[in-house]
Ligand binder design. Structure first.
Ligand code: ADP
Ligand code: MG
Ligand code: ZN
Length: 489
């Protein structure tokens, strides 16, 4: 595969409809803002439990409900995990990071400010290398900072949506839980790369065990900023923001539609308005009730109740030492042996470590990948429970043992003390001397079907093959059975 790390070549759009008059003459520009909820035991500035799904308002205290006089105490673990993520994204870790108050008034925000970070975030100026079919694309990370989440507004109406709601309830369990915000540079130029970036970032935080990053629970949320510009120019034109989309494919679709819409506007001689857009009503979050603020509207100022965070070199080194090889690097490495697609499936499926062990144990790389991505996943086995040596034997013998034996073995491969040997002794029966009498017997026992087949009802071939496979307990070679049934009929 080619590698184009840090390439400055303008990229072609992955999927947006750029055909027509302006084909190839527009370059999409995309930047992402991602929020990830940390799965710490307790909240960011108090000792309330940080957990999804509790009885509403059962996980609250004077600090996260903003009672007068209650003071915040930062969660050390949350700070460490943010630094870890920053290191994974090759960011510079601040020697001094500051919490700021971001002031705004909203029912989900009892203090009327959110403790966030502003011009001195914990992590800045990093990147994530995203493997794609066409090589590696480096996406700049502007910053990754730590803040507290807001409460959750629940709009009560038949539709569950804010329009037509008759009441809004507030659940403060989420209020004050630790949230990391990651902001990318506007370095992405097609929807597919945006989607891959998001998937890879998700995989990274899950492997670092920082967050469940479950889109459907909102523990990972993202906003997408999109603009287009004439290809070859480096201006940044007016962007629109697609808010809180909750699936990666939905994000990709939204981006493609937005790119096409902006191109149409420019080609018709219009101007793109800066606005926030919601694409699919079925996946819509609350539309904004407040218009987009400028930074000065938030009246950011340093949080007077917290001292600056000064992560020492020792701490940063200790956290750096805990980092394993990250998923992006593993995809790139495996794609040297398999296709990008296979490498991606293995790594994003959490199967690549087992795959490496299978290959080390002598299994064919492609065969091993196929078995893992298909039958193994279908059987729902935890890769951590598997003896790679035994599974490698099965993979290598797949063509020689009956399908039924293979499936049965695979279902048990995660059991303690599993041995592949008894299954390897079963061989597929491809010997016509052994199969012909069985086939003949079945034909003789079903004269009516045989007659219909001969008079043109070819579909009945499957009926006979099925009978033979059943009769042989699935041990016959289906290809040979097909051939012989046809011949004997
Ligand atoms: P805000 O403070 O309004 O959220 P930021 O400057 O923090 O704005 O940028 C937010 C995101 O928008 C970043 O990911 C950035 O890369 C992206 N972005 C900024 N300008 C553009 C643009 N012209 N086109 C596309 N994305 C952009
Ligand atoms: Mg922003
Ligand atoms: Zn609390």
């Amino acid at each position: 595969m080619t590698t184009g790390v840090g390439s400055t070549e303008p990229e072609k759009s992955g999927g947006a409809d750029l055909r027509g008059a302006g084909a190839g003459s527009w370059e999409p520009v995309i930047g992402l803002e991602i929020h990830v909820q940390l799965k710490t035991e307790t909240k960011m500035f108090c000792r309330c439990r940080n957990g999804f799904g509790g009885e509403p308002n059962s996980q609250t205290c004077p600090v996260c409900l903003a009672f007068p006089g209650a003071l915040p105490v930062p969660n050390r673990r949350a700070i460490e995990e943010t630094i870890k993520l920053g290191l994974a994204l090759d960011c510079t870790i601040a020697e001094r990071a500051v919490f700021h108050r971001k002031n705004y008034f909203y029912p989900d925000n009892p203090k009327a400010y959110q403790i966030s970070q502003y011009d001195e975030p914990l992590c800045a100026r990093g990147h994530l290398d995203v493997p794609t079919e066409h090589g590696v694309t480096r996406i700049g990370i502007t910053r990754a900072h730590l803040e507290e989440d807001a409460a959750k507004n629940v709009h009560v109406a038949a539709s569950g949506r804010i329009h037509g709601a008759t009441a809004t309830l507030v659940d403060f369990n989420r209020c004050g839980t630790p949230l990391v915000e990651i902001v990318t540079e506007p370095d992405i130029h097609d929807a597919e790369t945006a989607k891959r970036f998001l998937q890879l970032l998700r995989q990274t935080v899950v492997e670092l065990e920082l967050s469940d990053a479950e889109l459907e629970h909102g523990s990972m949320r993202f906003d997408v900023n999109v603009s287009v510009r004439p290809a070859g120019s480096d201006e940044l034109r007016t962007r629109t923001e697609l808010k809180n989309m909750n699936s990666f494919s939905f994000a990709a679709k939204g981006i493609e539609r937005e790119i096409a819409r902006q191109i149409r506007i420019y080609e018709d001689g219009g101007v793109v308005e800066q606005e926030t857009l919601h694409f699919d009503p079925a996946h819509e979050e609350s539309p904004p009730l407040r218009s987009k603020e400028e930074a000065q509207d938030y009246r950011y100022f340093p949080e007077p109740d917290l001292v600056p965070v000064e992560p020492g070199k020792d701490l940063v080194d200790r956290l750096r030492a805990t980092l394993q090889v990250l998923p992006g690097a593993r995809i790139t490495r495996i794609a040297e042996t398999l296709s990008f697609y296979d490498a991606d499936v293995l790594v994003t499926g959490g199967l690549d470590r087992l795959w490496t062990s299978l290959v080390d144990a002598g299994a064919d790389p492609k065969e091993a990948a196929n078995v893992l991505a298909n039958q193994f996943v279908a059987a729902g086995i935890d890769p951590g429970t598997v003896d790679a040596g035994e599974l490698a034997k099965l993979v290598s013998a797949r063509a020689e043992i009956p399908r039924a034996a293979f499936d049965e073995a695979l279902a048990k491969v995660g059991e303690r003390g599993f041995s592949a040997d008894p299954y390897l002794e079963q061989k597929v029966v491809a010997d016509t001397a052994e199969l012909d009498p069985i086939i003949q017997r079945i034909i003789d026992a079903n004269p009516a079907q045989a007659e219909q087949y001969r008079s043109g009802k070819e579909g009945l071939l499957g009926f006979f093959v099925g009978r033979v496979m059943k009769e042989t307990g699935g041990s016959a070679d289906p290809r040979v059975v097909n051939e012989r049934v046809r011949a004997l009929l």
